[in-house]
Write a protein that binds this ligand. Structure first.
Ligand SMILES: CC(=O)SCCNC(=O)CCNC(=O)[C@H](O)C(C)(C)COP(=O)(O)OP(=O)(O)OC[C@H]1O[C@@H](n2cnc3c(N)ncnc32)[C@H](O)[C@@H]1OP(=O)(O)O
Ligand SMILES: CC(=O)C(=O)O
Length: 540
């Protein structure tokens, strides 16, 4: 192993500070505590909890987090260099940082002469004093003191002598690490490398450097990895890349990149911690009350989802053919999607997953692929409706009837009556089914036609199949399919159902929205009944 293989890279998380500067990301004190505890479990080295000089919520966070024992991480408080109108010891922002009583303090200061003149409106010399004096004042109050050189790369390009002068002042002030920030996110990886190399050649190779990249050019992760490859040993970023504008560098990509691909070490990259990465990513989305981004590299639901038949055929033989890492290393898993791009391999994979016995040579495999493609062409989509696909396969392979003999439809009717514009319509469904040789005739109302139909079917079936009582329809989506214009168009209905153990998706397609809903509803019920029957047989 070379020197690089042994180096440790510090991971500094700013989800709770820079991450909350993202549009739509707002966290309460309780949320922040929960995220901090999760990041500690993951093995993050530093957790930036907020800016105590900014708002009472962040002050409260720093007060409350002291009541928790963190196994590994150290909490950092963030702020700026002191205001030009004060001396360091008079500045309320620096005082708030000390009062936060954190082992780590991070402050940012200006590097770019344009910012000094136009944003702060002070002289270049005065800014150098702000940097040195702020750090020197804070130094005795922090175990670790970090200096974020805001707009470092833009500043260096505009006036490298001045940019380096600001770093020298930070060293004089006692900073442990100089974190070079690509604040506007406009720098590309090769510039990051050139500039860091020049900084190291002009300030000395022993200087401790970090990187803080924003994603405005979609290169924040690449910039961070590049910075490490040329000598940075401290990386700042956020979980899921949350952050102002287009976000910060995504630690969920940086950590596996550093450890699995570049041979560096970090606590969060230890195998048993890295396996929790996907869970942490989901947790943070959940706490932020946002849907998980399935397309995220490494941790997204689609990160190892294979759709094309050629890919599925190859990954079934050797996953490395289309997977850059083993998904389990980051707590993710391989998925095979079913669509009109599928081939025999997709079908065989799903058969194994569903417990359907099928051999590759069986001509029925080809029949399923053909039927699948015909159905997708008619508008069905099975990616989010795998329960319907399982039923389709079982109908073909096991020669089952549409409803698997659980019941037969005699007829249904839905009435939607509206008399006055400002009055709610009254919806009622009537269903006639044959169940175990008996005719069931029920009616039910609902807050819409599909709800009324669902209520009426359950009413008819519940006495025969009591297990339906713990099944719920969780989500109902209708998509108008392109093809025919306006109200003549076909619709696709997707229903998501759940019980105490599972969730499953079913699909229906028709020109008639009630008919499409009926198909998806029937599949949802049949799937539940088959599942219960299987469980009973296994238990017997
Ligand atoms: C790149 C980054 O992500 S930096 C972090 C950005 N995040 C935030 O701004 C979120 C938290 N911010 C806040 O709560 C508020 O902006 C506060 C409390 C910090 C300041 O609020 P206010 O005093 O009302 O000032 P306002 O926000 O209008 O302007 C910023 C002030 O900070 C000054 N300032 C900005 N950067 C620095 C710096 N590095 N050093 C010293 N002063 C600075 C500006 O000159 C301006 O002061 P002035 O109006 O006296 O010239
Ligand atoms: C400090 C910081 O958040 C930045 O420069 O982007």
């Amino acid at each position: 192993m070379g020197e690089k293989d042994k180096a440790y890279v510090e991971i500094y998380d700013t989800t709770l500070r820079d991450g909350t500067q993202a549009e739509d990301v707002n966290l309460s004190v309780e949320d922040k505590i929960q995220v901090a505890l999760k990041l500690d479990e993951l093995g993050i080295d530093y957790i930036e909890g907020g800016w105590p000089g900014s708002n009472p919520k962040d002050v409260q966070f720093f007060r409350e987090i002291r009541n928790y024992h963190l196994g590994w991480a150290k909490i950092a408080a963030f702020g700026s260099t002191h205001m030009a109108k004060y001396r360091a010891e008079e500045d309320p922002n620096l005082r708030a940082l000390i009062e936060a009583q954190t082992p780590v303090i991070t402050i940012f200061g200006k590097t770019w002469d344009v910012h000094v003149r136009d944003a702060l409106r002070i002289t270049l010399e005065r800014n150098l004093e702000l940097i040195r004096d702020s750090l020197a004042y804070l130094r005795p109050h922090a175990e670790r003191l970090f200096y974020d050189a805001e707009h470092f790369f833009d500043g260096f390009k505009a006036n490298s002598d001045y940019a380096l002068a600001t770093l020298k002042k930070a060293i004089e002030g006692g900073a442990d690490c100089l974190v070079l920030c690509d604040t506007n996110g406009g720098t590309l990886p090769q510039e990051i490398a050139e500039i860091i190399k020049e900084v190291r050649s002009r300030l000395g190779k022993d200087i401790s450097l970090g990187i803080h990249a924003h994603n405005d050019s979609d290169t924040a992760v690449a910039n961070s990895l590049m910075a490490v490859s040329v000598g940075a040993r401290h990386v700042q970023g956020t979980i899921n890349g949350f952050g102002e504008r287009c976000g910060n560098a995504n630690l969920c990509s940086i950590i596996p990149g550093l450890v699995l691909k570049m041979g560096f070490k970090c606590k969060a990259g230890e195998p048993e911690r890295l396996r929790r990465l996907t869970e942490v990513s989901r947790f943070v989305f959940e706490i932020a009350n946002l849907p998980h981004n399935k397309y995220l590299p490494y941790v997204g639901r689609s990160a190892f989802a294979h759709k094309g038949g050629v890919h599925v055929s190859a990954v079934s033989r050797n996953p490395e053919t289309y997977e850059h890492i083993r998904p389990e290393l980051v707590g993710n898993s391989q998925r095979i999607l079913i669509s009109d791009l599928a081939g025999k391999s997709n079908v065989l994979y799903k058969a194994r997953q569903f417990g359907i016995s099928l051999s590759a040579e069986d001509p029925v495999v080809k029949e399923i692929v053909v039927r699948l493609k015909e159905r997708e062409n008619e508008g069905y989509q099975y990616e989010a409706a795998e329960a319907s696909f399982e039923l389709l396969m079982r109908r073909i392979v096991e020669g089952r009837k549409e409803t698997f003999g659980f019941f037969d439809l005699i007829s249904f009717r839905v009435l939607d009556v509206k008399r006055l514009e400002d009055e709610r319509s009254l919806v009622e469904a009537t269903v006639r089914l044959k169940v175990r040789g008996e005719e069931e005739h029920t009616a039910a109302v609902g807050n819409g036609p599909v709800n009324a139909l669902d209520n009426a079917v359950r009413k008819a079936l519940l006495a025969f199949y009591p297990e339906l009582a713990d099944m719920e329809l969780e989500d109902y989506k209708v998509r108008v399919l392109a093809g025919e214009p306006g109200t003549a168009a076909k619709v696709r209905v997707l229903i998501q159902s759940k019980d105490g153990e599972d969730r499953w998706g079913t699909v229906g397609v028709s020109h008639d929205i009630i008919e499409a809903s009926w198909q998806a509803l029937v599949d949802a019920i049949i799937y539940k009944l088959l599942k219960s029957r299987r469980k009973r047989l296994e238990a017997a």
